[in-house]
Ligand binder design. Structure first.
Ligand SMILES: [Zn+2]
Length: 216
């Protein structure tokens, strides 16, 4: 009950103050296979969705922070699906940040390039019928990529980050992450070698979504 009242108050406050901003609502230590991170939970008052930031080391200078902005992929991140390269990308990002001893991983609750879990699975059915990942989304009535990085930018800013060395193969993401006092000082490739099951998916990402992939 208290939580609900708190949530209502927060939503009302952000409505009064204009554009809703994400709010940091919980923080703890999170020991992982890659060592210990600080985990911060953020809530978007506009839709009550929660997002996560994993922080390693001292990022207080705010500059040139090694960072990954990762959109949730339940099938890849949790179930180790090999239809996509999301799981290995997340693990590689955590390892790279751990190796460097300093960095941030923002984990955005926007499944299936923003179309939600059920639609992503519907898109998989279409892919099994021969459509590629972009065509499948379009047949379901969605753009190829519905992701919004604005929430992620707000999270970086809340953590005091001003510039990032962004772990991504997607030059468009660098553009999406720029603004609101945040800039991308470098794009750091995070290429996962293709397998038989991901080669076509990665080729579509390269050809239709502009990802810079050298191995397909
Ligand atoms: Zn995925």
């Amino acid at each position: 009950m208290l939580d609900q009242i708190r949530t209502c108050l927060r939503s009302a406050l952000s409505a009064l103050s204009g554009t809703p901003r994400v709010l940091r609502v919980a923080t703890a230590k999170l020991p992982t296979d890659y060592g210990e991170f600080d985990v911060h939970i953020y809530e978007n008052p506009a839709d009550l969705q929660t997002h996560v930031a994993l922080v390693r080391g001292d990022i207080s200078s705010g500059n040139d922070v090694l960072a990954r902005m990762h959109s949730a992929c339940l099938t890849g991140d949790v179930f180790h699906s090999i239809r996509c390269d999301c799981g290995p990308q997340l693990q590689t990002a955590m390892r790279r940040v751990a190796d460097e001893g300093r960095g941030v991983i923002v984990y955005l609750n926007q499944e299936g390039r923003g179309i939600g879990l059920a639609n992503k699975i519907r898109a998989y059915t279409l892919q099994d019928e021969g459509y590629d990942t972009v065509e499948a989304n379009e047949r379901l009535g969605f753009p190829a990529d519905s992701r919004d990085y604005g929430i992620g930018v707000q999270i970086f800013r809340d953590l005091g980050v001003r510039s990032v060395r962004l772990l991504t193969n997607n030059p468009r993401k660098s553009a999406g992450v720029t603004g609101d006092g945040l800039s991308v000082s470098e794009r750091v490739p995070i290429e996962i070698p293709p397998s038989d099951s991901t080669r076509r998916y990665l080729k579509t990402k390269k050809d239709k979504l502009g990802h810079e992939l050298t191995s397909v």
